[in-house]
Write a protein that binds this ligand. Structure first.
Ligand SMILES: Cc1cc2nc3c(=O)[nH]c(=O)nc-3n(C[C@H](O)[C@H](O)[C@H](O)COP(=O)(O)OP(=O)(O)OC[C@H]3O[C@@H](n4cnc5c(N)ncnc54)[C@H](O)[C@@H]3O)c2cc1C
Length: 469
């Protein structure tokens, strides 16, 4: 239920200068930034424990020009990162929006490390498709659960109020100005809290089947792998308040979710030289283009199933990810010394798999390009023991959303800012354009952290001097 109600005559129980809806990465970062500016902040989270899609993610955040890159001898810059984002989205993303986040993210990660003790490091042993430099940063476990736990810890240590089991079910507005929110508690009781500024950090609409059917029909029947509480409230409220929206068909899919285990199998399995086969033992695509667009491609295969095939060397790289270790522990990663033995474990045709593996050996030896356009130049051969995981395609999160300006304030259809409404993370339009293929790895947490910090700082600045709680 995402309604807009008239604010006239509403008695708010109390008023907070900056209210943040959503306790994922965007909301927590926004809260820290607003608090640092001296504003009173309240985070409202519908769940009993703030986690969001952030907790489900690998927690990897791309950032250029960081000190961790410099220490590892990696050359990079915001301009180079921006060019990669725009190239992946085939020029669809707004250059100003891209520059905004590409410049803000490096300083934001260093700020989180220095001020709040988040021990980031750069992933320097493999490259993600479309990134021209190794710039993915993560915490030691390389898991989003650690990211949200550490952000929540920082918010709590700063003394910022986080109200859980606080489902925001309506906004109170006077024209386009938001005056407060309606919170529905698990027992059905309702509370009303006033605000000076409102930051929407409640992600996109991946969990709302009707909105996915409308905006991302190719994944209408796909597994949704993100947080179920992300029901598109920000989009619906923003639209009702006259906000401009953009790229609503844009999304992050993923073509390698272990099935039926339901665990993400890192795309390093592919970028390091692995391949995908269908249940007939045949390759079907240039999987090196990116995992996001691969979701719909895998879903078009028989039974919507593919096999991600790699080897022991690649498994050792993938093992740095908690998800991969879990997939192995659950027995989802098969291992065999010959293609015929692998085929038997996979329950697919041995001759077909043997022929496909021989073809891959030849392409790698020649450094050739296959019929789908994938180049195997410089790709190490796959050697026994081979590994295989049965996977399917999934929707991770939506990338379209509310259009924001330089200060993360939501803009209306004429490009003018709404009085006091901000959006960050999946609530805002991302930088991936309108297609799955436009998603460059890390675009999700990029806008959560970068826009979260911008929104928190700007909202606090806008309300400074107003009455606090
Ligand atoms: C499996 C998986 C792996 C991923 N890996 C990566 C990665 O490695 N790198 C990357 O950049 N991105 C990744 N992503 C995408 C990334 O997780 C998201 O882009 C990012 O977490 C969005 O952050 P957010 O704060 O906007 O939303 P979230 O973290 O989803 O937080 C939104 C919060 O809002 C709450 N909420 C929603 N509506 C309301 C309401 N009405 N009232 C109160 N609370 C509400 C929700 O409960 C939720 O806690 C991945 C996604 C998935 C699913």
């Amino acid at each position: 239920m995402s309604r807009i109600l008239p604010a006239d005559g509403v008695a708010f129980e109390f008023t907070v200068p900056v209210v943040v809806i959503g306790g994922g990465a965007a909301g927590m970062v926004a809260a820290l930034a607003a608090h640092e500016q001296g504003a009173g902040v309240l985070v409202l989270e519908r769940d009993a424990l703030p986690q969001g899609s952030t907790a489900l993610s690998a927690g990897l955040i791309p950032a250029p020009g960081t000190r961790w890159q410099r220490d590892a001898g990696i050359e990079d810059s915001p301009e180079r990162f921006a060019a990669d984002i725009i190239a992946k989205a085939k020029g669809e993303s707004d250059p100003a929006a891209v520059a905004r986040v590409a410049q803000a993210i490096g300083p934001a990660l260093e700020w989180l490390a220095d001020r709040y003790g988040l021990p980031f490091s750069v992933v320097d042993n493999f490259s993600y498709p479309g990134h021209s430099a190794r710039r993915m940063h993560g915490l030691p476990s390389r898991a989003g659960a650690e990211l949200i736990d550490r952000l929540r810890g920082a918010v709590e240590a700063a003394g910022i109020d986080v109200l859980c089991e606080a489902h925001v079910t309506a906004l109170y507005a006077a024209g386009a100005a938001v005056r407060g929110v309606e919170i529905t508690r698990p027992d059905g009781s309702v509370e009303r809290v006033g605000c000076g500024a409102l930051i929407l950090a409640c992600n996109g609409y991946g969990g709302n089947k009707a909105l996915v059917e409308r905006h991302v029909p190719e994944l209408a029947d796909a597994l949704y792998f993100g947080h179920p509480g992300n029901q598109g409230d920000a989009l619906l409220w923003g639209e009702a308040l006259g906000a401009a929206t953009r790229h609503l068909s844009g999304h992050q899919g993923h073509g390698s979710v272990a099935h039926p285990a339901g665990i993400l199998v890192t795309w390093a399995t592919i970028t390091e030289g692995g391949v995908q086969l269908n249940a007939e033992g045949r390759r079907f695509s240039n999987e090196a283009q990116g995992y996001s667009e691969q979701a719909a491609i895998v879903l078009r295969q028989p039974d919507g199933i593919a096999w991600t095939v790699f080897d022991d060397r690649i498994a050792a790289i993938a093992r740095q990810f908690e998800d991969f270790r879990q997939a192995e522990a659950m027995g989802a990663v098969l291992s065999a010394n010959t293609p015929a033995e692998l085929a038997r474990l996979m329950k697919i045709d041995a001759d077909a798999l043997t022929a496909t593996m021989a073809d891959i050996d030849r392409l790698k030896a020649e450094g050739g390009t296959d019929d789908f356009g994938r180049s195997f130049a410089g790709s190490a051969p796959l050697v026994p023991p081979y590994r295989a995981v049965r996977v399917t395609g999934a929707l991770f999160h939506t990338q379209g959303g509310l259009v924001v300006g330089d200060d993360a304030r939501v803009l209306n259809g004429q490009g003018k800012p709404l009085p006091n409404l901000y959006a960050a993370g999946g609530a805002a339009c991302g930088v991936s354009g309108s297609k799955a293929s436009g998603y460059l790895s890390g675009n999700g947490l990029l806008t959560a952290v970068a826009l979260g910090r911008i929104a928190g700082t700007a909202a606090a600045g806008a309300v400074s001097g107003e009455t606090s709680q």
